[in-house]
Design a binder for this molecule. Structure first.
Ligand code: DX5
Ligand code: ZN
Length: 216
């Protein structure tokens, strides 16, 4: 399965409707929504009211990436605002198993995110409970950063762990994804690529989405 999830962090916030309408016309199946609290990461982005507005403008799958401390405080609010998938950080959740269960009880898909320094092996015991794993390929907090190449190795390791579970757990990669590395990421075993700048800084975002998918 190959999916592109354009990240709204790189969209034009003054004309968000236009960008959402572009995505509605595109081959992207998911829209990635980056929530930052200025605490877990050194940046603040957008949150629940913006998600509600986006939900009213699209039927695409809304993939919410929570870069916030104690994410469990907000699962229900993001669910009510229209989330389809919630991912939150291993590094920000104390009772990971409980938090994963809470998202499932809300009827949503759930994923755990790990930062570039966090080994995939730490996910061994939670993996069978997950719908997806998000590997950060930059340090979270900002769009437009340089891809960390150690991510390829992590995808390979995770792919092996996933196949041992016998379950269909998606591998998502986020940060510095572009036309140069998308092919190798898909071939390494990634299922979902998040792309911010590679889509929204392109003169032709629809073509950029098509080309990223064609790399798979
Ligand atoms: C970074 C965010 C990413 C970001 C990706 O903390 O999680 O989703 O928007 O942007 P690019 O693709 O420009 O690296
Ligand atoms: Zn993200």
């Amino acid at each position: 399965m190959s999916i592109i999830a354009p990240s709204l962090l790189s969209a034009n916030f003054l004309d968000l409707r236009k960008d959402i309408e572009m995505l509605n016309q595109s081959a992207a199946e998911w829209i990635h929504f980056d929530v930052m609290d200025g605490n877990f990461v050194p940046n603040i982005s957008f949150g629940i009211p913006v998600l509600s507005a986006v939900r009213n403008a699209t039927s695409k799958i809304l993939d919410i990436h929570l870069m916030i401390e104690k994410p469990e405080r907000y699962f229900e609010a993001f669910c009510n605002a229209g989330a389809d998938i919630i991912t939150f950080h291993y590094e920000a959740a104390t009772h990971l198993h409980r938090s994963v269960s809470q998202v499932h009880e809300l009827g949503l898909k759930v994923g755990v995110v790990i930062n570039p320094h966090t080994p995939v092996s730490l996910l061994a015991d939670i993996l069978p409970e997950l719908d997806l794993v998000l590997l950060m390929s930059v340090n979270p907090g900002f769009g437009g950063q340089t891809f960390i190449t150690n991510t390829y190795k992590k995808i390979h390791e995770l792919k092996e762990m996933v196949s041992k579970t016998g379950k269909n757990i998606l591998i998502q990669v986020d940060g510095g994804v572009n036309l140069e590395n998308a092919g190798q990421l898909y071939r390494s075993g990634a299922d979902v690529l998040v792309a911010g700048n590679a889509v929204f800084a392109s003169p032709d975002p629809l073509a950029a989405i098509r080309q990223l998918l064609a790399a798979s």
